[in-house]
Ligand binder design. Structure first.
Ligand SMILES: Cc1cc2nc3c(=O)[nH]c(=O)nc-3n(C[C@H](O)[C@H](O)[C@H](O)COP(=O)(O)OP(=O)(O)OC[C@H]3O[C@@H](n4cnc5c(N)ncnc54)[C@H](O)[C@@H]3O)c2cc1C
Length: 386
């Protein structure tokens, strides 16, 4: 008997909802299966905002994907009628030799991206809330800003359904196996069993459990986002005036933050980048403790003195990190004929969500993509390769 669906997508968070949409657009019969509800806050795609930028300090190889992602984000906003992206500008601050500054400059130069270099005095003049040390500089990128993660997921879900995808929520996948002769997959949930020609796995922080036979180690980390109320009368935190920022100190610790995107009562969000504690989706401590908030307050005191007043709220979120902090996007090495994976986004994946959807659709339907994704081959991370 022929499989019922062309493609089953496991996980409808950031990446899976985009994949379901792009697959449906191409005429595939798609079934999406999600453990929780639509645009939920138990994984990695919640918290109101995600930085987007193009002068990518992590590696210039990401830039072509970002250029495409910006186009697809615009199309997503247009097609869904939602306001998803706001390009308020962004500053990457640190010493000139820091990874944040030197890596951003490398990408900007290599790809000829519009940017400006600001010295400490110019940073303070243009953005009076930021008080860098005299030896710190910034790369300013006009086309940086933020995207709204919940709106992005909701838009992809809405458009995927309009394109004919069947999306089932509160229905976790329990296990799956290949059909005889590699004709596809059989996927079991608590409710039912489904068959499809291909399976796309976008499991977020559940990757270590769901992708054991890939042989790639992932580390799941608990991260905290804080919203501080700007001091009275500090209108500069409005997003028309305030950039997003990533700020690296002399020890290499990075923080990043946003304007008060929902007004002063909503607070301005700030977080440490890549300084989490190891956890699992089952064991994560969702309570944020006073000593954690105090550590952030101390870190902000000299840098953004108008910010660390009242902490309005603090919320946890998970990163799923690979050893080199680059993504995993490929056909599954152990099931190349039937399974595609997109995971290990290492705390910097959201700005790529729409282009990941496009790449996953290419890989699932054609086995290859014209996008440059050599960096994301899981075989680089497998136990044998290390
Ligand atoms: C605090 C924080 C700040 C971040 N900041 C930025 C930023 O500024 N810029 C940026 O680009 N990126 C940022 N990121 C990273 C980005 O948000 C993630 O890379 C991205 O959200 C990952 O998407 P995902 O689809 O892999 O995971 P998720 O969105 O978590 O989706 C995985 C889905 O799989 C589902 N699932 C799991 N197991 C099953 C199962 N058995 N059956 C069915 N469904 C299942 C889960 O319920 C979940 O919905 C940040 C992340 C965090 C946590």
């Amino acid at each position: 008997m022929a499989p019922t669906y062309d493609v089953i997508v496991l996980g409808l968070g950031g990446m899976g909802s985009a994949a379901a949409y792009h697959l449906s657009l191409r005429g595939s019969r798609v079934l999406g299966l999600e453990k929780f509800g639509p645009a939920h806050n138990r994984g990695s795609s919640h918290g109101g905002s995600r930085i987007t930028r193009q002068s990518y300090f992590e590696d210039p190889a990401y830039v072509p994907l970002l250029l495409r992602s910006y186009e697809l984000y615009d199309k997503l906003a247009h097609d869904s009628g939602r306001r998803i992206t706001e390009l308020c500008g962004g500053v990457m601050i640190g010493r000139p030799e820091s990874r944040t500054v030197s890596g951003s400059l490398r990408s900007a130069r290599q790809w000829d991206l519009p940017h400006e270099m600001l010295d400490a005095r110019e940073i303070r003049r243009r953005f009076p809330t930021l008080t860098p040390e005299d030896d710190e500089v910034a790369l300013y990128e006009e086309r940086a800003g933020f995207v709204r993660p919940e709106f992005t997921v909701a838009a992809h879900i809405q458009l995927a359904q309009q394109a004919g995808a069947e999306l089932r929520f509160e229905e976790p996948v329990v296990r799956w196996e290949e059909l005889p002769g590699g004709r596809g997959v059989r996927v079991h949930t608590a409710e039912d069993t489904y068959t499809a020609g291909h399976l796309v796995v976008c499991p977020g922080a559940w990757a270590p459990r769901l992708l054991t036979d890939m042989g790639v180690p992932f580390t799941v980390e608990r991260q905290i986002m804080y919203w501080f109320r700007p001091r009275e009368g500090t209108r500069p935190f409005e997003s028309a005036r305030h950039p997003v920022y990533i700020w690296e100190d002399a020890e290499g610790t990075q923080i990043y933050g946003f304007p008060a995107i929902d007004g002063p009562d909503g607070g301005a969000k700030v977080a440490f980048f890549r300084r989490g504690t190891v956890c699992t989706p089952e064991t994560i401590d969702r309570t944020v403790h006073d000593h954690e908030t105090e550590a952030m307050r101390r870190h902000l005191a000299d840098r953004i003195p108008d910010l660390p007043g009242t902490c309005l709220k603090a919320v946890t979120c998970m990163y799923t990190t690979t050893a080199d902090e680059h993504f995993v996007m490929a056909r599954h090495p152990a099931h190349p004929g039937t399974v595609t994976v997109a995971c290990g986004f290492s705390g910097h994946g959201f700005k790529f969500v729409p282009v990941v959807g496009e790449i996953v659709a290419d890989l699932a339907l054609d086995g290859e993509t014209a996008h440059p994704i050599d960096l994301f081959d899981p075989r680089r991370l497998s136990a044998a390769a290390v």
